[in-house]
Design a protein. Structure first.
Length: 170
């Protein structure tokens, strides 16, 4: 039996995976602060089970799965996105997004949380229908219908040149 991973190996995992986990979280949630909270929560859960990790090579996948499962549990909670300031917004502590794909990010923000998660996991994380269904705890048919509805909305906003007509087929 192999030895449990060390705290130093966990620190290495955090440094190696933070950016990737954050990008996925941001694409799923559309909010920088919520994405940071999601990554922090997922990494805390990963650390809580760190001694159970048998292979350091599997740790990034474990952290990503934890992130997706945590996001899915947030989506199921009523009102998880209802807390918003109403009068004075705080100053932003980040640089403007340098992404050339601002239109895609803005279009993703118009989707309901589950549709957004399905699209991000299918096309950004390149997961299969079965993997997305398992990750979000929903039926494969639900993944397919949510993907179809989301791509129809995105196509209307962005045009066929950005979302090709055959995008919903495996």
């Amino acid at each position: 039996m192999s030895r449990p991973p060390t705290d130093e190996e966990f620190a290495e995992l955090v440094h190696a995976c933070w950016a990737s986990l954050y990008r996925t979280a941001y694409l799923m949630l559309g909010d920088r602060a919520e994405a940071e909270d999601l990554v922090q929560t997922a990494l805390a859960k990963t650390y809580a089970n760190w001694r159970r990790v048998r292979s350091i090579d599997a740790a990034p996948g474990y952290a990503r799965t934890t992130l997706v499962n945590t996001a899915a549990s947030w989506f199921r909670k009523k009102g998880w996105r209802n807390e918003r300031p109403t009068e004075v917004l705080p100053e932003t502590g980040h640089e403007p997004d340098p992404s050339e794909r601002r239109a895609v990010i803005d279009a993703l923000a118009t989707l309901p949380p589950r549709q957004r998660a399905v699209v991000v996991l299918r096309y950004y994380e390149d997961l299969s229908v079965a993997q997305v269904a398992h990750a979000l705890g929903i039926a494969e048919g639900t993944v397919k219908s949510q993907t179809s509805e989301a791509l129809t909305k995105l196509r209307a906003l962005l045009g066929d040149s950005v979302i090709p007509a055959g995008a919903i087929h495996d």
